[in-house]
Design a protein around this ligand. Structure first.
Ligand SMILES: *[C@@H]1O[C@H](CO)[C@@H](O)[C@H](O)[C@H]1NC(C)=O
Ligand SMILES: *[C@@H]1O[C@H](CO)[C@@H](O)[C@H](O)[C@H]1NC(C)=O
Length: 564
């Protein structure tokens, strides 16, 4: 997940004739059809966002433990100390997945849970290994394929304190040691490995804006340096797998990149077209170009190089790969993980030099959003389904049609009360998955889809104020009970039909999901009353929620009337 800066809202006049050929007049039409046999359906999570048990059974501190414990960094001073208590409740959670008939579950391994100091030669935590071993076994017993992320942002805190984290190239070997240990311990059972989740966010939000751990603001330099080490670490781990494990374990190693789609404001204007391309190259291309072609996108080298020159720097702020590094990094991606949530319009804008150097000013562009786009949850997340299809086609044409697993796609809600009838999420999934289906028909090699996320969880700097889950988690209750939202039912239908078979059936899904969630809403409202009467807030909450549900119903009627 990421947040956005310098976003300007404008009323845009965009005519349909600007579409690519393959989307002509199809931006909003629905496509009935199914995915190829064997298409894999899943849901995702990450360690720090769900496990809790932050200091239990020998786990070391991660940069997120340290960051979240600093007051004032996270919305409402929230932490992931207990979160969903996934560490204790993984058996229940696998049960939820089984009930949904998921084909795969994407989760991450916490590096400091296994190596408390980050270093393999210092201490290996057997209890940490056992937790992941149990989880993997439980998944396999239930015929759910594990897709495992090795780095979902929780660097061991000691590596940050002692060595400066991803600013230091020694992380490459430390990460490789950790990955190698995971291949050794779990590689006979795990066949899909993701080295890094969303390195864009690690670099930009961790080392440029400081909104994420480790909270550094090394503007114009830190993000490029972190990314450089991350790309080399990814390549090293891929080579380790390739030379030491692949022949025995027969799995795959990929990387998961998250990017928005950037659409030119005026697709007849060459400068807008170039700006939108720059937007993509500075996000997706920053990492995809090295792992597919061995070097940064030409446009990044040009822009950052020129700006560095204007600042009087002798060298570009963008690090350079040596010829040996280029060939080492090139081709280190067995499959590409894709995270995608939203879209921006992009236009050319020369940044005034007073803003100082930063990743954002290096791009020379402005991001715009269309005010008619729905934005049900996080402020950056506008639902723009057609952007998903374009982004997938962009990947196909730019990187030689690689094997793609969608590793994150979903939408949050921001309403402060509980409504399990999440119609907006149903709409989001329905329309985004439908655009993915169109992309598959366009020939994009998408093999699987991962809904983000299985559970409501710790949403980074937003704490618990933004909920992405298919399942609602009652964080105020000690046992963190899970309740299915209506979208669980809907997603289940998509999975069991492997797509959208026909109009009549698809329309019946929404009705059935609605019936289901009314029951869940009642259950949720009743639980605190029955379970623990002691807290006044727990009586107030259902009352407030009843009001909210009424309000949402009115809103929904309004929306539906606008839609049809
Ligand atoms: C977060 O903690 C700081 C320091 O203790 C406090 O001043 C602030 O009010 C807290 N914020 C919230 C939303 O609780
Ligand atoms: C980078 O890490 C190494 C240990 O691997 C350490 O000796 C060195 O001082 C670190 N460099 C910086 C600039 O912190």
């Amino acid at each position: 997940m990421q947040r956005w800066y310098h976003v300007v809202t404008l009323v845009l006049l965009v005519s349909a004739s600007e579409d690519f050929d393959w989307t002509k007049n199809q931006r909003t039409s629905f496509y009935y059809g199914t995915f190829p046999p064997g298409f894999s359906w899943g849901a995702g999570s990450s360690a720090y966002q769900t496990e809790g048990a932050w200091n239990i059974d020998g786990k070391g501190l991660s940069i997120w433990d340290a960051f979240a414990h600093k007051k004032g960094t996270i919305s409402s001073n929230a932490t992931g100390d207990s979160s969903c208590e996934g560490y204790y409740k993984f058996k229940d959670d696998v049960g939820l997945m089984k009930d949904m008939k998921l084909n795969h579950y994407r989760f991450s391994i916490s590096w400091p849970r296994i190596l408390p100091n980050g270093l393999k030669n210092e201490q290996i935590n057997e209890k940490g290994l056992k937790y992941y071993d149990d989880l993997i076994n439980m998944l396999l017993e239930n015929k759910i394929t594990p897709i495992v992320t090795l780095y979902h942002w929780d660097l061991p805190q000691l590596l940050q304190e002692r060595y400066g984290g991803w600013q230091n190239s020694s992380m490459i070997n430390y990460f490789n040691d950790f990955a190698n240990l995971c291949f050794e311990k779990f590689g006979n059972k795990v066949k899909y490995w993701i080295t890094f989740n969303n390195p864009w966010s690690i670099a930009v939000e961790g080392y440029e804006t400081g909104e994420h751990a480790p909270g550094l603001k090394l503007r114009g330099i830190g993000a490029y340096k972190a990314a450089h080490n991350i790309i080399k670490a990814h390549a090293k781990v891929w080579h380790t797998y390739d030379t030491q494990w692949r022949s025995k374990q027969k799995g795959m190693v990929g990387i998961s990149l998250t990017a928005d789609w950037g659409e030119p404001v005026d697709s007849t204007n060459q400068r807008d077209i170039e700006a939108a391309d720059r937007y993509m190259q500075f996000s997706l291309g920053w990492f995809a170009s090295p792992v597919f072609y061995g070097d940064y996108p030409q446009v990044m080298k040009e822009y950052i190089g020129r700006k560095s020159g204007q600042q009087g720097l002798g060298l570009s702020r963008l690090p350079v790969f040596t010829p040996q590094e280029k060939s080492y990094v090139k081709g280190t991606c067995d499959f590409l993980g894709v995270g995608h949530f939203t879209t921006r319009y992009v236009t050319q804008r020369n940044q005034p030099s007073t803003l100082g150097d930063s990743y954002f000013t290096d791009r020379d562009l402005a991001e715009l959003v269309d005010p008619v786009w729905p934005d049900p949850g996080s402020e950056w997340l506008y639902a723009v389904p057609w952007g998903f299809r374009r982004m997938l086609n962009f990947i196909k044409s730019q990187y030689g049609n690689p094997m793609v697993y969608v590793t994150e796609n979903g939408v949050s809600e921001k309403i402060m009360c509980t409504d399990l009838c999440d119609h907006w999420r149903i709409h989001y999934y329905k329309d985004y998955i439908n655009e993915m289906l169109k992309a598959v028909k366009d020939g994009v090699n998408v093999k699987g889809y991962t809904a983000w996320s299985l559970l409501d969880n710790f949403e980074w700097d937003e704490g618990y104020s933004e909920r992405f889950g298919l399942f609602y988690v009652d964080f105020s209750s000690k046992n963190k009970p899970r309740y299915p939202k209506a979208s669980v039912q809907y997603y289940k239908r998509i999975i069991s039909s492997n797509g959208f078979p026909n109009q009549r059936e698809v329309e019946s899904w929404k009705r059935k999901s609605k019936e289901m969630c009314s029951t869940s809403n009642q259950l949720l409202a009743a639980d605190p009353l029955i379970g623990h009467m002691e807290l006044v807030t727990e009586i107030v909450v259902p009352t407030v929620c009843t009001l909210c549900i009424l309000l949402s119903a009115v809103l929904l009627m309004f929306l539906l009337r606008r839609r049809f």
